[in-house]
Design a binder for this molecule. Structure first.
Ligand SMILES: NC(=O)C1=CN([C@@H]2O[C@H](COP(=O)(O)OP(=O)(O)OC[C@H]3O[C@@H](n4cnc5c(N)ncnc54)[C@H](OP(=O)(O)O)[C@@H]3O)[C@@H](O)[C@H]2O)C=CC1
Ligand SMILES: O=C(O)C1=N[C@H](C(=O)O)C[C@H](O)C1
Length: 257
């Protein structure tokens, strides 16, 4: 039985994780963390009496094996550092960490021998999109990314779009995007090593991405859609046991599939 603590359990993904953990005989929910919670009013949040509740990082005392983090970009680094330092294997879905922060956590995990996984996206369709985009970029290096998310998303670009750009960049290297004078600032999007990234935020959307490749007289578009946050849970379910036995901090769900 793997003991799990969910950080950000009051959020959309945190609640899906609580439900998934409760429904899985191999996992036991032992802790739940969310700042600002009123411990007396937690009924209906999927928590049994055995679950220890925490509203502050400093108060956390737990025998959890795995720390699932679906929180906010400004908190995730500190949370994961805390987990590793306390011997808890992190499963990280929260977006917004810099490459430098990821590297720092990987070093810490190696030093403490506490492995885990950081996945920019736990959805199979997004993992496949990134894989296919990387392959396509070998042959069609002219590419732009459009990511589309719900309007509550705090960060831009999405972790998935950044990861897609990094994977493409690995195979095609730097290639400046075509120059154009912007008469409206920012209209050509963000630039990652010459790959333009455009972030759309609209109500009604969940999480979607298109990778557009252009060639002479032809184009290729790869698209994935996450219509329901439940779609991320198969990936989280796989990541929990993988993290529990990992000896390093793995980046990307594709590396445990
Ligand atoms: N990798 C993946 O496959 C996926 C990743 N994500 C990412 O996961 C993250 C969470 O997404 P989502 O659930 O939709 O967001 P929500 O805003 O619904 O949930 C975030 C939760 O974290 C809580 N929180 C705020 N500060 C802290 C803190 N310091 N420590 C712990 N918890 C905190 C929030 O509490 P309060 O509301 O009180 O501030 C809230 O309950 C985002 O970064 C998102 O991009 C989302 C979907 C899939
Ligand atoms: O905020 C979200 O919703 C999502 N965030 C992740 C990201 O930033 O890529 C994963 C997925 O796109 C959903």
């Amino acid at each position: 039985m793997i003991k799990v603590l969910v950080a950000g359990f009051m959020g959309s993904m945190g609640q899906k994780t609580v439900q998934m953990v409760n429904e899985n005989d191999d996992f036991e929910l032992v802790g739940a963390y969310n700042p600002g919670i009123d411990v007396a009013h937690m009924q209906g949040m999927g928590l049994s009496n055995n679950v220890k509740l925490f509203s502050s990082l400093d108060d956390i005392e737990t025998d959890a094996d795995v720390w699932v983090d679906f929180t906010i970009p400004s908190a995730v680094f500190g949370n994961v550092k805390f987990a590793i330092e306390h011997g808890i294997h992190p499963v990280v879905g929260t977006s917004g960490m810099t490459t430098d922060q990821v590297n720092q956590l990987q070093d810490l995990a190696a030093q403490k021998h506490v492995g885990g996984i950081i996945a920019p996206n736990f959805g199979l369709s997004a993992v496949l999109l990134m894989k296919f985009a990387k392959e396509a970029a070998k042959y069609m290096p002219d590419v732009e990314i459009i990511e589309m998310h719900h309007d509550d998303k705090l960060d831009a670009p999405s972790g998935t779009a950044m990861s897609t750009a990094q994977m493409i960049s690995e195979v095609r290297g730097d290639k400046p995007a075509p120059k154009s004078e912007e008469s409206l600032k920012g209209v050509r999007g963000g630039d990652y090593h010459g790959i333009k990234i455009h972030a759309v935020r609209l109500p009604g959307y969940v999480a979607h991405e298109q990778v557009l490749f252009g060639g002479k007289g032809e184009a290729l578009t790869i698209r994935q859609d996450s219509f329901d946050r439940g779609s991320f849970m198969n990936g989280v379910k796989l990541a929990i046991p993988a993290a529990a036995k990992a000896t390093d901090l793995i980046f990307g769900l594709e590396n445990i599939l």
